[in-house]
Each structure stands twice: as structure tokens, then as C-alpha cells.
Design a protein around this ligand. Structure first.
Ligand SMILES: NC(=O)c1ccc[n+]([C@@H]2O[C@H](COP(=O)([O-])OP(=O)(O)OC[C@H]3O[C@@H](n4cnc5c(N)ncnc54)[C@H](O)[C@@H]3O)[C@@H](O)[C@H]2O)c1
Length: 337
């Protein structure tokens, strides 16, 4: 059987989650090369992923190694360059979210992907999560009537790497954590964003105030969709109590919730304390199966030559709303899209 050969670009937290799936959990794929600007990180990852092929730059891997696709886990500000180089070399692309830093970058990425006819999938893993898929189906089947209001809580646990604090390199919390909320809301509601108003502040990380004055760790966002549905996103990182993802959709005939804390926690009542709750601590565990399903979907799309169901337009729409929300935070005004 032919296996799809991957080169991992960026062997950090997210990159390794996907690379392990491609190497160990999906029979039709393997990781044959690893690139990381930190050569020691590349070496260690290559060792774990059963390959001797590792490099400090993607240019070197393109010359010396042989692969069909890339798995991009490098920081957000590297995505555009990596996607453009991969597409121009005819490699299929599985990339981390957020798609890019700017819409200009996103347009460039879309052009080069279309021109070179390579497959592109963005890692919005909620699209492959069984609870999100069930909710989508229930909405389509009319279980709650017509959706009128969607609320999404997206709170990340540990503090991400420092580049995330620099909004020029990441677009901040709303991009790095809440782009998942924006994407899944747009998908569940089946409509694009029309207007956004956002407030945000740095409550928890005074050490960043001088170096990164635009940095915020908590945000409240109000949205309106083109089809009239209202939306609310509540984001925070670091949320020290764990990884918290909850969505509630109010419809004309009912209400639907995804991911209540109880659904993935153990609760204990005893004489010493009223309640001890062991909640989920990490995105890696909560969405373990969804990451694997997303990766498997991409491999399958390459093998049977079909289009991945989460692509460049989904990535662009999430970048567009994040940039508008950040504009709203800066200006204090609602922004039309
Ligand atoms: N889908 C998800 O749920 C999810 C979860 C976490 C992170 N992410 C995304 O993954 C990306 C990486 O985040 P992370 O937390 O894994 O970061 P990280 O810092 O843990 O990993 C990034 C890795 O890329 C390497 N790197 C930096 N510049 C590079 C370059 N030019 N070429 C090759 N390698 C380079 C770094 O040395 C590091 O090993 C971000 O875009 C982030 O938003 C997505």
C-alpha cells in the first residue's frame, strides 16, 4: 500500500500531536522528515518519529528529502512562507490554525494553493469532534428550530510560547485560542459574520504590560451573522483551572449545549468539601480523537483525490473576523465586515 509521506515543519506542541497521528495512528501515512529552526528539537522529534531525516530549514528539506505533503506546526507568523514554499513545490498541506497573520497573506496562500492544485486542510479539529458533529446534525434536523443566538466559551490552560504575546506575530488570544470558536460558530450556524464588537484586557499577566502593550488575556466579543443570528465569544488564556470549551445554541424551538464541564469531568461530593471536580486540563486530551480524525480525513483526501472539508476559505474567514475584532478592541467601536 502506498503511504502518504509527510515532512513535519515545526516540531512543537501542535506539530507533534499531528505528526504522531500521521506516523503512528494512521496506517496510510508516515512522517519521513522533520524541520525545526531549533535543530535539536528537530533531531529529538525525528528520533521519536522513526526517521533520520531532520533539518534546520524547510529549504534544505525540499532539496534533500522526498515527501508528498507537509504538516505545518510552526508558529503562526511562519505559516504563509511555509505554505507558499510547499505549494510551489507541489506538496499537499496540512496546516495549523490560524491560517495567517493578515488577509494579504491569506490571499497569497489561496492563490498559490489553487495555482498548484495541492490539497489544503486547516487544523480546525472541532469539525471532526463527535459532539460538534452531532450538534451540527441536530441543528440541520431542526431539533432546536431556527438558531437565533450562539455562545461559545474558549479558554486555554497554560501560557502559550512567548511569541503569542506579540500581536504582530500572532494576532493574540482571539486568533490563537478563539479562532476555533469563530470557525465552529460559523460552521454550526451556516453563515458568515456581519458585525463584531469586542472588549479585552490584560488581567493576569502584568509582566507583559511593558513589552507587549497590546497583549490581552481575556476578551468578550459580540457578533452578528449575515443571516441575523447573534453570537457571543468569551475567551481567556491562561485559564488556570483547565481547558474549557463550551457552546450553547438557542433556537426558536429549543436549546442545545456542547461540552458542559460535567461531560468530561469527575465530580465528587464528600464531607470535607461540597464539590471536587477533576476537569479536563488540555486540548490534547479533550480533542484527541478529533485531531486523529482530521488527520485521517486529510490523508484520505490525498489518496482518493477529493477536497478536504475544512479548507483555505474557512481559514480566511477566521482570520478576517479576528482582525476585525482586534480593530474593535483598539477603536472601541463595532466593526462591519
Ligand atoms: N489546532 C490546535 O488546537 C492548536 C493547538 C496549539 C497550537 N496550535 C497552533 O500551532 C502553531 C504552533 O503553536 P505551538 O503552541 O505548537 O508552538 P511551539 O512554540 O510549541 O512550536 C513551534 C515550533 O516551531 C519551531 N519553529 C519556529 N520557527 C520555525 C521555522 N521558521 N521553521 C520551522 N520551525 C520553526 C519552533 O522551534 C517550535 O519547535 C500555532 O500556529 C498555534 O496557533 C494549534
Amino acid at each position: 500500500m502506498k503511504k502518504v509521506k509527510f515532512c513535519l515543519i515545526g516540531a512543537g506542541r501542535a506539530g507533534m500531536v499531528n505528526a504522531r497521528n500521521f506516523e503512528f495512528n494512521i496506517a496510510e501515512s508516515e512522517v519521513v522528515a522533520v524541520v525545526d529552526s531549533n535543530l535539536e528539537a528537530a533531531r529529538k522529534a525525528a528520533e521519536e518519529l522513526n526517521t533520520n531525516d531532520y533539518y534546520g530549514s524547510f529549504d534544505e528539506a525540499l532539496i534533500k528529502s522526498d515527501f508528498d505533503a507537509v504538516c505545518i506546526g510552526a508558529p503562526t507568523f511562519v505559516h504563509c512562507e511555509a505554505v507558499v514554499k510547499a505549494a510551489e513545490a507541489g506538496k499537499h498541506i496540512y496546516s495549523e490554525k490560524p491560517l495567517s497573520i493578515s488577509l494579504e497573506e491569506a490571499d497569497k496562500m489561496e492563490r498559490v494553493i489553487r495555482k498548484n492544485k495541492v490539497k489544503f486542510q486547516i487544523d480546525f479539529m472541532r469539525r471532526f469532534d463527535k459532539n460538534f458533529l452531532r450538534a451540527k446534525k441536530l441543528i440541520e434536523d431542526g431539533a432546536i428550530g431556527t438558531p437565533i443566538l450562539i455562545k461559545s466559551v474558549g479558554r486555554g490552560p497554560g501560557l502559550p510560547p512567548e511569541w503569542y504575546a506579540d500581536l504582530k506575530k500572532s494576532n493574540g488570544l482571539l486568533a490563537e485560542v478563539n479562532s476555533h470558536d469563530f470557525d465552529s460558530m460559523r460552521w454550526l450556524i451556516g453563515g458568515n459574520f456581519k458585525q463584531v464588537y469586542a472588549l479585552a484586557d490584560n488581567f493576569k499577566l502584568p509582566q507583559y504590560k511593558e513589552k507587549y502593550p497590546d497583549f490581552y488575556d481575556t476578551a468578550a466579543v459580540i457578533l452578528k451573522f449575515e443571516n441575523g443570528v447573534l453570537g457571543v465569544v468569551d475567551g481567556c488564556c491562561p485559564a488556570t483551572y483547565g481547558y474549557d470549551v463550551r457552546v450553547e445554541i438557542l433556537g426558536t424551538e429549543g436549546m442545545l449545549q456542547i461540552g458542559s464541564k460535567q461531560a468530561y469531568s469527575v465530580m465528587v461530593w464528600n464531607k470535607d468539601k461540597n464539590l471536587i471536580s477533576e476537569g479536563n486540563q488540555s486540548w490534547k486530551t479533550l480533542f484527541k480523537d478529533a485531531y486523529e480524525e482530521g488527520a485521517r480525513h486529510f490523508v484520505n483526501c490525498i489518496l482518493i483525490n477529493s477536497e478536504p472539508k475544512v479548507g483555505i476559505i474557512d481559514g480566511k474567514k477566521a482570520v478576517e473576523i479576528v482582525i476585525a475584532a482586534n480593530k474593535s478592541i483598539k477603536s472601541g467601536k463595532p466593526i462591519d465586515l
